[in-house]
Design a protein around this ligand. Structure first.
Ligand SMILES: Cc1cc2nc3c(=O)[nH]c(=O)nc-3n(C[C@@H](O)[C@H](O)[C@H](O)COP(=O)(O)OP(=O)(O)OC[C@H]3O[C@@H](n4cnc5c(N)ncnc54)[C@H](O)[C@@H]3O)c2cc1C
Ligand SMILES: *[C@@H]1O[C@H](CO)[C@@H](O)[C@H](O)[C@H]1NC(C)=O
Ligand SMILES: *[C@@H]1O[C@H](CO)[C@@H](O)[C@H](O)[C@H]1NC(C)=O
Ligand SMILES: *[C@@H]1O[C@H](CO)[C@@H](O)[C@H](O)[C@H]1NC(C)=O
Length: 470
C-alpha cells in the first residue's frame, strides 16, 4: 500500500489521500488543447486565485453563503501582505506589514466570524520621532514636518468632490482633470503643501507619490482614512494580525492549496473553468463554475493563463512600485526611537527613493521595524544591502556599532499597480471592469481597487451576489 508513505498527505484531507491512491494511474485531461496528466481532480463552485487579504475574505464569505471553494496560494500560508514576526526569545509578536483596519461593521463582523478580538489603535506608530538624512546618516535636529492641518482640511474638501473613488474605479467620464494631475501639481494647485510630508509617510508603497496621478493617492488616502486618523483604526488585541489568517486556514481546512503554483488555466468551456495546479502532493485540476481572481494581474504573474487579447492588452499596461519590509536585529540603534528619513534635497523633505521610509520600534528590545520603497521593483539583494548599510551609517546619539542583520525580510513587490493618466482618461478602468463575470472570472484585489484591506473587503462583498448567482 502507498498509504504508509502518505501520512503527511492524509493529514491534509481526503483529497490528497485520493491523489496518492491514483498516483500510479495518472488521469489525463486536455487544457488549452494540450493533453496533461493530473493526479487528482476536484470540483468546487468557486476557485479562488490567491489567498491574501481578498482571497481569504472571499473564501470565508462564499463558504458561509453555501458555496464550495478552493483557494490556490503560492506561499506556505494565507494572509498575503499581512505578516507577523514572533520573537523567538520572548514570544512577543510584531506585525511588520499590515497593521490596522478601518473601524467599520464589515471589519468587526469578519473578525467576530473568525473569533479574533480587535482593539482601537492609532496608525501613528510608537517612539519619539527623530529626523535623519539617511543618505548621509546625519541628524537634522532643526527639521520639523510642520502642522499638516490646513493642507488636510483643503484636501478633505477636494476628496468630497469624488466620493466614488472610495468605492472602486467606477469613474465619471470624462475623468475630471484634477484626478489625472500628478499629485505634486495637485498639491500646488490646491495649496496642500503643509500635508506634503504626511502624505509621503502615509502613502508608503506608492513610490514617488508626487508623480502618481491624484486618483491613486485619493484612493489610498480617502475620507474614511481621514476619519479613522481622528477616531482610531482597529488592530488585533493580541497584536498578532496573522491570527485572522490562521483561524481562516483552520476554518477552510482542506479547501486551501498552499505552496501551489498555477500551471494552466482554461476558461474556454461554457460550463466550467479549469485550473491546473502543481501542489506539494501532485498535480491537481480544480474545476469550478466561477473563478475569483485576486492576484496582481501582471503578465509575468499569469504564465499558463488563457488570456484573451483584451485581458492581455489591459494587464500589460500596468506599471508597479516596489515596497519591502524587514526587521533589523542587533543594529546598535536605540529600541525606543522612531527614526524618520528626510532629505534636505527633496521638495517636502521627504525621503529620496529608493530608500528607507524609516526605522521604528517593534516594542521588542534589539529589534527594529524597517520600511523600504522604490518607484519600481528592485532585486532583493540590493534592498537588503541598502537597508544594512543605511542603518550602519545613522549617527544616532548613544548608538553602538552593533552587528546588524535582518531577522526577516519580505518583498511586497509588485505593489501599487498603476496606468498612465492618458489610459485612465481613455477608459482603461471601464474596460478593466468590463471583464467582470466574463469567462467565469470575477476580479478583485488591490489592482482592481486600492491597497487597503477593509476597502477591499467592501469591494469584494459587493461582488458576492454576482459570484453566487447561478
Ligand atoms: C508593508 C505593508 C503595510 C500595509 N499596511 C496596511 C494596513 O495597515 N492596513 C491595510 O488595510 N492595508 C495595509 N496594507 C495593504 C494591504 O492590505 C494590501 O493591500 C492587501 O493585502 C491587498 O490584498 P490583496 O488580496 O489584493 O493582495 P494580497 O494580500 O497580497 O494577496 C494576494 C495573494 O496572492 C498570492 N499570489 C500572488 N500571485 C500568485 C500566483 N501567481 N499564484 C498563486 N498565488 C499568488 C500572494 O502570495 C498573496 O498571498 C499594507 C501593505 C504592505 C505591503
Ligand atoms: C474564541 O477565542 C477565545 C479566546 O481566544 C477562545 O477562548 C474561544 O474558545 C474561541 N471560541 C471559538 C468558538 O473558537
Ligand atoms: C530611550 O532609552 C534610553 C535608554 O535605553 C533612554 O536613556 C532614553 O531616555 C529613551 N528615550 C526616549 C525618547 O524614551
Ligand atoms: C452584478 O449583477 C448585476 C445584476 O445582474 C449587474 O447589474 C451588475 O453590473 C453586476 N456587477 C458586476 C460587477 O458584474
Amino acid at each position: 500500500m502507498t498509504l504508509t508513505a502518505s501520512n503527511a498527505l492524509l493529514s491534509f484531507g481526503g483529497i490528497l489521500l485520493l491523489a496518492s491512491l491514483r498516483a500510479e494511474a495518472a488521469l489525463s485531461v486536455t487544457l488549452n488543447g494540450t493533453p496533461c496528466s493530473v493526479d487528482n481532480i476536484v470540483t468546487r463552485d468557486v476557485c479562488i486565485i490567491g489567498g491574501g487579504s481578498t482571497g481569504t475574505y472571499s473564501a470565508i464569505r462564499l463558504s458561509d453563503l453555501g458555496k464550495t471553494v478552493m483557494v490556490v496560494e503560492e506561499k506556505n500560508r494565507l494572509g498575503g501582505h499581512t505578516e507577523t514576526y514572533h520573537d523567538p526569545v520572548t514570544g512577543t509578536p510584531h506585525d511588520y506589514s499590515v497593521v490596522v483596519w478601518h473601524d467599520l461593521d464589515i471589519v468587526r463582523n469578519y473578525f467576530a466570524r473568525l473569533n479574533v478580538s480587535l482593539v482601537k489603535s492609532s496608525a501613528g506608530g510608537s517612539g519619539a520621532k527623530q529626523y535623519f538624512d539617511f543618505q548621509t546618516g546625519k541628524p537634522l535636529p532643526n527639521y520639523s514636518p510642520g502642522d499638516p492641518t490646513p493642507g488636510l482640511a483643503a484636501y478633505a474638501a477636494q476628496l468630497a468632490k469624488y466620493p466614488y473613488v472610495e468605492e472602486g474605479f467606477d469613474l465619471h467620464y470624462p475623468v475630471p482633470s484634477d484626478l489625472l494631475l500628478p499629485f505634486g501639481q495637485f498639491v500646488k494647485k490646491h495649496n496642500l503643501q503643509s500635508m506634503g510630508s504626511l502624505i509621503f509617510g502615509f502613502a508608503q508603497g506608492l513610490g514617488d507619490v508626487f508623480a502618481q496621478p491624484t486618483l491613486y493617492v485619493m484612493k489610498n488616502f480617502g475620507s474614511d482614512i481621514l476619519k479613522n486618523i481622528k477616531t482610531g483604526f482597529l488592530t488585533t488585541a493580541e497584536h498578532d494580525n496573522s491570527l485572522l489568517y490562521e483561524h481562516a486556514t483552520a476554518d477552510l481546512g482542506p479547501n486551501v492549496l498552499l505552496n501551489s503554483q498555477i500551471l494552466a488555466v482554461d476558461r474556454s468551456d461554457r460550463e466550467e473553468a479549469k485550473v491546473l495546479v502543481k501542489t506539494p502532493s501532485g498535480v491537481t485540476l480544480v474545476k469550478s463554475r466561477k473563478l475569483v481572481f485576486t492576484i496582481p494581474p501582471k503578465l509575468e504573474n499569469l504564465r499558463g493563463w488563457d488570456l484573451s487579447a483584451l485581458e492581455r492588452s489591459l494587464f500589460r499596461q500596468f506599471s508597479n512600485s516596489g515596497y519591502y519590509t524587514a526587521i533589523l536585529r542587533n543594529s546598535g540603534l536605540p529600541s525606543n526611537l522612531s527614526l524618520v528619513n528626510v532629505s534636505p534635497h527633496t521638495e517636502y523633505n521627504h525621503a529620496a527613493l529608493p530608500g528607507l521610509y524609516g526605522i521604528t520600534p517593534t516594542g521588542i528590545e534589539n529589534l527594529l521595524d524597517v520600511k523600504y520603497g522604490s518607484v519600481n521593483g528592485l532585486p532583493d539583494d540590493q534592498v537588503k544591502k541598502d537597508i544594512l548599510s543605511t542603518a550602519a551609517r545613522l549617527q544616532v546619539p548613544g548608538r553602538t556599532t552593533g552587528n546588524p542583520e535582518l531577522a526577516v525580510y519580505s518583498r511586497h513587490t509588485p505593489f501599487e499597480l498603476t496606468v498612465p493618466p492618458k489610459a485612465i482618461a481613455g477608459g482603461f478602468y471601464k474596460r478593466l471592469y468590463g471583464l467582470q463575470g466574463q469567462r467565469h472570472t470575477y476580479y478583485t484585489g488591490a489592482a482592481f481597487h486600492t491597497h487597503d484591506s477593509s476597502l477591499l473587503w467592501q469591494f469584494t462583498e459587493a461582488l458576492l451576489p454576482n459570484i453566487t448567482a447561478v
